[in-house]
Design a protein around this ligand. Structure first.
Ligand SMILES: Cc1cc2nc3c(=O)[nH]c(=O)nc-3n(C[C@H](O)[C@H](O)[C@H](O)COP(=O)(O)O)c2cc1C
Length: 370
């Protein structure tokens, strides 16, 4: 299979895409302090569509004005003003022929900056592993979270649903529920962060319950013609090497349950997408494709076209998403088409802070343009 297969059309539910290349969700902490998307963000997202990416997935966007926000200057969809602020971003992407999905994120126990609440809350009062991320202005250990009450869990689910409605109203082509990387929904799924003894903890079915309720609530809120995806990972931003205790058997149950909820796609992410998920056997993407019933977007170090097309050729994925590759070249798809050089990612883009102003400084954009 030739690398040009990456440029073939694809579909996720009702959503028709010009090719199989997506921009992975990337937090850039570049909204206003109130969580409003900016004109600089419209340029940033528009550039990916102009550069040929068929699908742009936004950074994780927070879903309520309680405990969802993870980072200061993170954009939200938690109220109507925040929803309206996304409209110019969506219009820019559409004007360049791209499609755009909003990633809906609740940070839960690993929130490190929330203008709405002074404390964090998660499934259980368990000290999160790891340390806060300095590229998002964090420092030191995470705070000890408090346990979400059942009433607060209803608000969590309601936040995802109302944010999805605002995304639809702003013109987005779909939403992706962030169930990966150690954020709230992943905290429920993970045995050591979920120590609840009520109906949301214990067995795998109970640890998945809020994930399924979230998908159902979002589906009910947006209707059947709006694309809904769900992101899944083994590793976490604060525990890179985590694996599900039940291995492939647990993976099968997770992907069957989620895709039946019902979803339009699954988005798997691992450090290297093609590696075996559990030491031997299939990759996480392949497990999702085999046990789920929906298309799979694979993510993780797929910025080499040969690696990327390999995922599709081997039947492990339907689309691929690029994070660092897209940051290096917003026009990665056009460069692939035209046979241009694809350069290596420069970490300085995200350091000391992973915001757009930092990237502009590095690229010599005159002050004020950012
Ligand atoms: C700056 C930065 C911010 C990220 N923010 C998010 C995010 O908001 N949501 C998410 O699901 N993943 C996030 N990720 C993970 C990426 O989506 C992706 O999984 C990761 O970069 C690996 O893909 P790559 O090898 O193509 O870069 C982020 C990654 C980077 C580099």
């Amino acid at each position: 299979m030739s690398v040009s297969t990456l440029l073939d059309p694809a579909a996720l539910g009702q959503l028709r895409l010009t090719n199989r290349l997506a921009v992975a969700p990337m937090t850039r902490v570049s909204a206003t302090a109130d969580g409003l998307a900016t004109t600089r963000m419209a340029d940033y997202y528009g550039d990916f569509a102009a550069g040929g990416f068929g699908l742009v997935i936004t950074e994780g966007v927070y879903t309520d004005r309680a405990y969802a926000q993870g980072y200061l200057f993170q954009p939200g969809l938690a109220d109507d003003i925040q929803g309206e602020a996304w409209r110019p971003v969506v219009e820019r992407v559409h004007a360049s022929g791209g499609r755009i999905v909003a990633q809906l994120m609740h940070a839960g126990a690993i929130s490190q900056g929330n203008r709405h609440r002074p404390i964090s809350k998660g499934p259980s009062a368990v000290q999160p592993r790891g340390v806060q991320m300095s590229i998002y202005r964090g420092e030191g250990l995470y705070r000890l979270p408090a346990e979400l009450s059942l009433a607060e869990l209803d608000e969590v689910v309601g936040g995802f649903a109302s944010s999805a409605v605002r995304a639809k109203e702003a013109g987005f082509d779909g939403v992706e529920i962030h169930g990966a990387n150690g954020y709230l929904l992943d905290q429920f799924l993970t045995d050591y962060t979920n120590q609840r003894t009520d109906g949301y903890g214990g067995s795998l079915e109970r640890r998945l319950r809020i994930c399924v309720e979230t998908i159902l609530a979002v589906r009910q809120a947006v209707g059947s013609d709006f694309t809904i995806g769900y992101r899944v990972s083994l590793g976490k931003v604060n525990d890179f090497t985590h694996k599900w205790g039940g291995g492939e058997v647990e993976a099968a149950a997770i992907f069957q349950t989620l895709s039946a909820a019902p979803l339009d796609y699954l988005h798997t992410t691992e450090f290297e997408a093609w590696q075996s998920a559990f030491g031997e056997g299939p990759s996480l993407a392949a497990l999702a494709r085999h046990h789920g019933t929906v298309p799979v977007i694979a993510n993780g170090s797929l910025h080499s076209p040969v690696q990327a097309v390999g995922m599709i050729a081997r039947g492990e994925a339907d689309l691929v998403s690029l994070g660092r590759g897209a940051l290096t070249h917003a026009n990665w798809p056009h460069r692939l088409r035209d046979g241009q050089v694809l350069e290596a990612f420069d970490r300085a883009l995200l350091s000391p802070v992973a915001d757009l102003a930092n990237a502009d400084r590095l690229r010599g954009v005159p002050h004020g343009v950012a």
